[in-house]
Structures are given as C-alpha cells and as structure tokens.
Ligand binder design. Structure first.
Ligand code: GLV
Ligand code: GLV
Length: 329
C-alpha cells in the first residue's frame, strides 16, 4: 500500500517530523522565512492526504476543491481565520489547531507588550543605544503605571484568563467582555463582566484577544477609540482586521488615546513605512505571541500528532470542526 502524502508548508525541525515520516511520505516547503507560493500549494494539495499549514496560507474553497484526497489540515496556531472551516467540514476534512500549549506563552507576550507600551521600554532602549542619554531628568521617558490600574480584556478565552491571572499580580482591577460569561474568570480570578462600551470607557488598558470572525472584523473603530480614556493604552494580540487601523492611527495622532502595542496587523508582514509604525507611542511586533522555542516545538508536535491520528482513523487531539469525528470509524 502506498503511504499517505503529507505536505508541510514551512521548514520544521526534522526531529519533530520524524514520527510522521514513519507512517507517511512527507514533503516540505523547505524554507523558514518565505511562504510557499500559492501555485506550489495548489499542486501539493492535489496529492495530499494531510497538510500542515501556517497562518500565512489561505485554505479556501479553491484550495479545498483542488485537494480530493485531503483528510486533515493541521494549522500551526490557535486561530484559524485563514481556513474555511465550514467548507472543510462539508468535505469531511478534519481541521485542527494548537490551543492550550500556547496559552501561557501568549499571555506572557501580551503582558510583555502591555508593559513595554505603558513604560516605553522600546523607546527607552533605543534612546540608550542611540547615545541620547546625556543626563538624568525627572520625567525622562516617563510612561504610565500598570499596577493598580484597570485592565479590560476583550475576548475571554483561555489566553484571556491567563492574561487576567497575570494582571492579579499587578493588583489590577479586571474587566472582561466576551460573547458568553466566563465563570472561571469571575470566580477564580476575580474578573468582572462588562458590556463592551463600559469596558472601553473605563479600562486603562484595553487588551484585544478576540478571534477574527465576521462579527469582530473592525470591532475597534473610530467610535471605540473616541470612547476610550485619553490615557488609555490599546493592546492587540489577536488579529489585525479586528481593528480599523486608520481609525487607530487617527486616534493616536489626535491624542484620543495614549499608546498602542500591536503584535498583529491587517496586512502581515506590515510595511516598515506603515503610518502606525511612524508614531513613537506605538510598539509593533511581528506576530510573535506564541513564539517561544518551547511552545513552538510543542505546537509543531501537536500538529504532527493530529495528522498522525487522523491518518490512523483516530480522533485528533485538538479538532475544530467537532462534527467531524462522528463520521470516523
Ligand atoms: C497566533 O496568532 C495563533 O493564532 O496561534
Ligand atoms: C482561544 O481562543 C484562547 O483564548 O485560547
């Protein structure tokens, strides 16, 4: 019997792929930095029983229609807005993500970005490196306090909870907004549910962690930024399109809010001359929320494990389209 064909859209460590090689013929787009070109992906999809994808690959109807043998897509991320899950589901294709293993790492980065933005860490480090530190002065690079302030978390999933936990160490008041109430966050962490407008109006730090969906696209717009405090710091670690970037730029420029920390952008990679990046009170990062060595290895292993399980007709560990397993025998 011929082995199943697995396509991996980016170079991953051989050690992590090894178990897959034992059961499948594995082909890899062997570049770390450059995405697989669309036409290569479409060609590979024709043969593939499984594809291990990055956020940068659009797994849409065209791609799924080009892949008659495809049984599983394992996406190296918790978010899956790059995949047409509903269509994959119709086609009986399992779609898997990497939740849980990245929760704490992403919460750490969220807090790092919040602190860096509030306390102007990046600006200050550049200041020293550029030889601008000539004297001590009372308000040199003075930022905003984080401790004892109010944090407002929009999107209270597991990462939101982990951010809230960190906020308790800073003795912050914690507000959250979510489609459904998060009892764990309320009872164990002491977070209070707030309507979105109330959160936006009262929080000192507004942290966006909501997944990108049709409903959340452009959720943070001109009106939202106008409702925020002038001293508010906005942090986005979810997906760029949840924010109207022009509105954010105008709000920062006009002093309607104080600063922004962004790990994600509407178009990634963001151009260095993007208006937001010209502002001193914006800290921009290249979508590194879950990027620690340990966690990225765990995410890669989980993707490979999910592929292996589906190819062996078993239930994968972290399935997005829950109805899928019912058709497996
Ligand atoms: C990263 O953004 C992820 O969804 O894991
Ligand atoms: C998922 O969306 C999470 O917050 O873990």
């Amino acid at each position: 019997m011929t082995k199943p064909y697995v396509f991996i859209t980016r170079k991953l460590s051989e050690e992590i792929i090894r178990p897959l090689r034992e059961i499948a013929e594995v082909h890899i787009w062997n570049e770390e930095e450059r995405c697989v070109p669309r036409e290569v992906l479409l060609e590979e999809a024709k043969k593939a029983d499984a594809i291990l994808t990055m956020l940068s690959e659009k797994i849409d109807k065209e791609l799924l229609d080009a892949a008659p043998k495809l049984k599983v897509i394992a996406n190296l991320a918790v978010g899956f807005d790059n995949i047409d899950v509903e269509y994959a589901n119709q086609k009986g294709i399992a779609v898997c993500n990497t939740p849980d293993v990245l929760t704490d790492t992403t919460a750490d980065l969220t807090f790092a970005l919040l602190l860096a933005t509030a306390r102007r860490v990046v600006e200050a480090a550049e200041f020293v490196k550029n030889g601008k530190w000539k004297s001590w002065s009372p308000l040199l690079l003075a930022g905003y306090d984080v401790h004892h302030k109010t944090i407002g978390i929009v999107g209270m999933g597991k990462i939101g909870e982990a951010v809230a936990k960190r906020a308790t160490g800073f003795e912050m008041d914690i507000l959250y907004h979510n489609r459904s109430r998060n009892v764990v966050a309320e009872e164990r962490i002491g977070a209070s549910y707030a309507a979105l407008d109330e959160l936006i109006e009262t929080a000192d730090f507004i942290v966006c962690l909501t997944p990108l969906t049709e409903e959340t696209k452009g959720l943070f717009n001109q009106e939202s930024f106008r409702k925020m405090k002038k001293s508010a710091v906005f942090i986005n670690v979810s997906r760029g399109p949840v924010v109207d970037e022009d509105a954010l730029y105008q709000a920062l420029l006009a002093g309607e809010i104080a600063a922004a920390g962004l790990d994600v952008f509407a178009k990634e990679p963001v151009e260095a001359n993007h208006p937001l990046l010209t502002l001193p009170n914006v800290v921009g990062l290249p979508h590194i929320g879950s990027s620690s060595i340990e966690t990225r290895a765990a995410m890669m292993e989980l993707c490979c494990k999910n592929i292996e399980l589906v190819l062996k007709h078993k239930q994968p560990k972290t399935l997005i389209n829950k109805g899928w397993g019912l058709s497996v025998n």
